[in-house]
Design a protein. Sequence first.
Length: 233
Amino acid sequence: MKDLFGRAILDYQTNNEPQDLITETNISEADEMSVAYLFRSLKEMPKLEQKALQLSKGKILDVGCGAGSHSLYLQEKGFDVTSIDISENAIQACQLRGLKKARVQNLLDIHNETFDTILLLMNGTGIFETLAQTSIYLQKLKSLLNPNGQILIDSSDIIYMFDEEEDGSKWIPVDGYYGELTFTVSYKNQTEEPFPWLYLDYNTLQNAAHANGLNCELITEGEHFDYLAQLSL
Protein backbone atom coordinates (compact mmCIF):
# COMPACT_ATOMS: atom_id res chain seq x y z
CA MET A 1 0.00 0.00 0.00
CA LYS A 2 1.28 3.45 -0.94
CA ASP A 3 -1.23 4.96 1.54
CA LEU A 4 -2.15 7.71 -0.93
CA PHE A 5 -5.43 8.53 0.83
CA GLY A 6 -3.51 9.04 4.06
CA ARG A 7 -0.82 11.02 2.28
CA ALA A 8 -3.43 13.44 0.95
CA ILE A 9 -4.83 13.87 4.46
CA LEU A 10 -1.37 14.50 5.95
CA ASP A 11 -0.45 16.89 3.12
CA TYR A 12 -3.59 18.91 3.83
CA GLN A 13 -2.94 18.97 7.57
CA THR A 14 0.69 20.09 7.12
CA ASN A 15 0.03 22.47 4.17
CA ASN A 16 2.27 20.34 1.95
CA GLU A 17 0.67 21.32 -1.38
CA PRO A 18 -2.38 19.04 -1.12
CA GLN A 19 -4.15 18.10 -4.34
CA ASP A 20 -7.51 16.50 -5.10
CA LEU A 21 -7.80 12.73 -4.80
CA ILE A 22 -8.98 10.86 -7.88
CA THR A 23 -11.22 7.89 -7.17
CA GLU A 24 -12.52 5.40 -9.71
CA THR A 25 -14.52 2.17 -9.46
CA ASN A 26 -15.18 -0.74 -11.77
CA ILE A 27 -18.65 0.73 -12.51
CA SER A 28 -17.93 4.47 -12.51
CA GLU A 29 -15.66 7.01 -14.16
CA ALA A 30 -12.78 8.78 -12.42
CA ASP A 31 -14.04 11.40 -9.98
CA GLU A 32 -12.19 14.20 -8.18
CA MET A 33 -12.52 14.50 -4.42
CA SER A 34 -11.31 17.51 -2.47
CA VAL A 35 -9.26 16.47 0.58
CA ALA A 36 -10.73 19.48 2.41
CA TYR A 37 -14.03 17.57 2.54
CA LEU A 38 -12.46 15.14 5.02
CA PHE A 39 -11.73 18.05 7.38
CA ARG A 40 -15.32 19.25 7.64
CA SER A 41 -16.98 20.66 10.73
CA LEU A 42 -20.22 19.29 12.18
CA LYS A 43 -22.42 21.74 10.26
CA GLU A 44 -20.68 20.78 6.99
CA MET A 45 -21.36 17.06 7.52
CA PRO A 46 -24.26 15.21 5.89
CA LYS A 47 -27.35 14.80 8.09
CA LEU A 48 -26.62 11.06 8.48
CA GLU A 49 -23.25 11.77 10.07
CA GLN A 50 -24.67 14.53 12.27
CA LYS A 51 -27.34 12.10 13.50
CA ALA A 52 -24.73 9.41 14.26
CA LEU A 53 -22.71 11.88 16.32
CA GLN A 54 -25.84 13.01 18.20
CA LEU A 55 -26.62 9.37 19.08
CA SER A 56 -23.05 8.57 20.20
CA LYS A 57 -22.67 7.84 23.90
CA GLY A 58 -20.23 6.48 26.47
CA LYS A 59 -16.86 5.08 25.44
CA ILE A 60 -16.55 5.40 21.65
CA LEU A 61 -14.57 3.63 18.92
CA ASP A 62 -14.30 5.44 15.57
CA VAL A 63 -13.39 2.84 12.93
CA GLY A 64 -11.67 4.06 9.75
CA CYS A 65 -11.42 7.53 11.25
CA GLY A 66 -9.62 9.11 8.26
CA ALA A 67 -8.80 12.73 9.05
CA GLY A 68 -10.53 12.35 12.43
CA SER A 69 -13.29 14.93 12.03
CA HIS A 70 -15.97 12.80 13.74
CA SER A 71 -13.63 11.86 16.59
CA LEU A 72 -12.50 15.46 17.06
CA TYR A 73 -16.07 16.68 17.45
CA LEU A 74 -16.84 13.97 20.03
CA GLN A 75 -13.58 14.52 21.93
CA GLU A 76 -14.40 18.23 22.15
CA LYS A 77 -17.79 17.23 23.62
CA GLY A 78 -15.94 15.40 26.40
CA PHE A 79 -16.30 11.81 25.17
CA ASP A 80 -13.63 9.13 25.58
CA VAL A 81 -12.88 8.41 21.91
CA THR A 82 -10.49 5.86 20.41
CA SER A 83 -9.83 6.48 16.70
CA ILE A 84 -8.37 3.78 14.48
CA ASP A 85 -7.34 3.62 10.84
CA ILE A 86 -5.00 1.36 8.85
CA SER A 87 -3.37 4.49 7.36
CA GLU A 88 -0.24 5.64 9.22
CA ASN A 89 -0.35 9.02 7.48
CA ALA A 90 -3.99 9.61 8.42
CA ILE A 91 -3.31 8.75 12.06
CA GLN A 92 -0.34 11.10 12.10
CA ALA A 93 -2.65 13.86 10.84
CA CYS A 94 -5.22 12.96 13.53
CA GLN A 95 -2.55 13.26 16.21
CA LEU A 96 -1.46 16.63 14.81
CA ARG A 97 -5.10 17.74 14.99
CA GLY A 98 -5.12 16.92 18.70
CA LEU A 99 -6.77 13.51 18.92
CA LYS A 100 -5.57 11.89 22.15
CA LYS A 101 -6.28 8.24 21.31
CA ALA A 102 -5.58 7.82 17.60
CA ARG A 103 -3.73 4.68 16.56
CA VAL A 104 -2.85 2.65 13.47
CA GLN A 105 -4.91 -0.51 13.80
CA ASN A 106 -7.11 -2.92 11.89
CA LEU A 107 -10.52 -3.48 13.49
CA LEU A 108 -9.96 -7.26 13.45
CA ASP A 109 -6.82 -6.85 15.56
CA ILE A 110 -8.53 -5.22 18.58
CA HIS A 111 -8.63 -7.45 21.64
CA ASN A 112 -9.63 -7.08 25.31
CA GLU A 113 -11.48 -3.79 24.79
CA THR A 114 -15.19 -2.97 24.73
CA PHE A 115 -17.15 0.14 23.80
CA ASP A 116 -20.57 1.72 24.22
CA THR A 117 -20.63 3.16 20.69
CA ILE A 118 -18.79 1.95 17.60
CA LEU A 119 -18.89 4.32 14.62
CA LEU A 120 -18.37 3.23 11.01
CA LEU A 121 -19.14 6.28 8.89
CA MET A 122 -18.59 7.45 5.29
CA ASN A 123 -19.81 4.11 3.93
CA GLY A 124 -18.86 2.13 7.00
CA THR A 125 -19.63 -1.19 5.33
CA GLY A 126 -16.75 -0.54 2.92
CA ILE A 127 -14.16 -2.14 5.22
CA PHE A 128 -16.03 -5.47 5.06
CA GLU A 129 -14.71 -5.60 1.47
CA THR A 130 -17.07 -8.37 0.28
CA LEU A 131 -20.47 -9.76 1.24
CA ALA A 132 -18.79 -13.07 2.16
CA GLN A 133 -16.63 -11.35 4.80
CA THR A 134 -19.47 -9.39 6.37
CA SER A 135 -20.12 -11.98 9.08
CA ILE A 136 -16.45 -11.93 10.15
CA TYR A 137 -16.64 -8.19 10.73
CA LEU A 138 -20.08 -8.25 12.38
CA GLN A 139 -18.92 -10.96 14.80
CA LYS A 140 -15.85 -8.86 15.63
CA LEU A 141 -17.94 -5.72 16.16
CA LYS A 142 -20.36 -7.69 18.33
CA SER A 143 -17.47 -8.90 20.53
CA LEU A 144 -16.36 -5.28 21.12
CA LEU A 145 -19.77 -4.07 22.36
CA ASN A 146 -20.70 -3.42 25.97
CA PRO A 147 -24.10 -4.94 27.00
CA ASN A 148 -26.16 -1.83 26.09
CA GLY A 149 -23.79 -0.77 23.33
CA GLN A 150 -24.53 0.24 19.74
CA ILE A 151 -22.91 0.13 16.33
CA LEU A 152 -23.77 3.12 14.13
CA ILE A 153 -23.02 2.38 10.50
CA ASP A 154 -23.90 4.00 7.19
CA SER A 155 -23.93 2.83 3.59
CA SER A 156 -25.80 3.24 0.31
CA ASP A 157 -27.90 1.08 -1.97
CA ILE A 158 -26.02 1.58 -5.24
CA ILE A 159 -28.61 -0.17 -7.41
CA TYR A 160 -29.27 3.29 -8.92
CA MET A 161 -25.85 3.14 -10.62
CA PHE A 162 -26.92 0.27 -12.88
CA ASP A 163 -28.78 0.68 -16.17
CA GLU A 164 -32.52 0.17 -16.21
CA GLU A 165 -34.25 -2.02 -18.79
CA GLU A 166 -37.46 -0.94 -20.54
CA ASP A 167 -39.55 -3.05 -18.14
CA GLY A 168 -38.03 -1.26 -15.15
CA SER A 169 -35.71 -4.12 -14.18
CA LYS A 170 -32.02 -3.45 -13.57
CA TRP A 171 -29.08 -4.78 -15.56
CA ILE A 172 -26.66 -6.00 -12.90
CA PRO A 173 -23.73 -8.42 -13.08
CA VAL A 174 -24.56 -12.04 -12.25
CA ASP A 175 -21.27 -12.82 -10.52
CA GLY A 176 -21.56 -11.82 -6.86
CA TYR A 177 -23.46 -9.06 -5.07
CA TYR A 178 -23.93 -5.77 -6.93
CA GLY A 179 -22.59 -3.71 -4.01
CA GLU A 180 -19.13 -5.30 -4.26
CA LEU A 181 -16.96 -2.71 -6.01
CA THR A 182 -13.29 -2.41 -6.83
CA PHE A 183 -11.85 1.03 -5.98
CA THR A 184 -8.75 2.73 -7.32
CA VAL A 185 -7.29 5.85 -5.70
CA SER A 186 -4.80 8.18 -7.39
CA TYR A 187 -2.94 11.14 -5.87
CA LYS A 188 -0.09 13.31 -7.16
CA ASN A 189 0.44 11.12 -10.23
CA GLN A 190 0.61 7.90 -8.22
CA THR A 191 -2.01 5.16 -8.22
CA GLU A 192 -2.83 2.73 -5.43
CA GLU A 193 -3.37 -0.97 -6.09
CA PRO A 194 -7.12 -1.55 -6.64
CA PHE A 195 -8.94 -2.69 -3.50
CA PRO A 196 -12.40 -4.17 -2.74
CA TRP A 197 -15.01 -1.90 -1.13
CA LEU A 198 -18.53 -2.95 -0.15
CA TYR A 199 -21.77 -0.97 -0.37
CA LEU A 200 -24.63 -2.78 1.42
CA ASP A 201 -28.29 -2.03 0.85
CA TYR A 202 -30.23 -1.84 4.11
CA ASN A 203 -32.14 -5.13 3.74
CA THR A 204 -28.92 -7.05 3.12
CA LEU A 205 -27.28 -5.43 6.14
CA GLN A 206 -30.33 -6.22 8.29
CA ASN A 207 -30.32 -9.88 7.18
CA ALA A 208 -26.59 -10.17 7.91
CA ALA A 209 -27.05 -8.55 11.32
CA HIS A 210 -29.87 -10.93 12.28
CA ALA A 211 -27.83 -13.92 11.07
CA ASN A 212 -25.08 -12.83 13.45
CA GLY A 213 -27.28 -12.28 16.49
CA LEU A 214 -27.59 -8.51 16.22
CA ASN A 215 -30.64 -6.27 16.15
CA CYS A 216 -30.73 -3.82 13.26
CA GLU A 217 -32.77 -0.63 13.10
CA LEU A 218 -33.00 1.92 10.29
CA ILE A 219 -32.34 5.29 11.93
CA THR A 220 -32.57 7.69 9.00
CA GLU A 221 -32.21 7.86 5.23
CA GLY A 222 -30.23 10.43 3.28
CA GLU A 223 -31.00 12.20 0.02
CA HIS A 224 -29.06 9.82 -2.22
CA PHE A 225 -29.96 6.18 -1.49
CA ASP A 226 -27.85 6.34 1.70
CA TYR A 227 -28.93 5.41 5.21
CA LEU A 228 -27.78 5.19 8.83
CA ALA A 229 -28.43 1.99 10.79
CA GLN A 230 -28.06 1.10 14.45
CA LEU A 231 -26.97 -2.42 15.39
CA SER A 232 -27.23 -3.70 18.97
CA LEU A 233 -27.05 -6.93 20.96
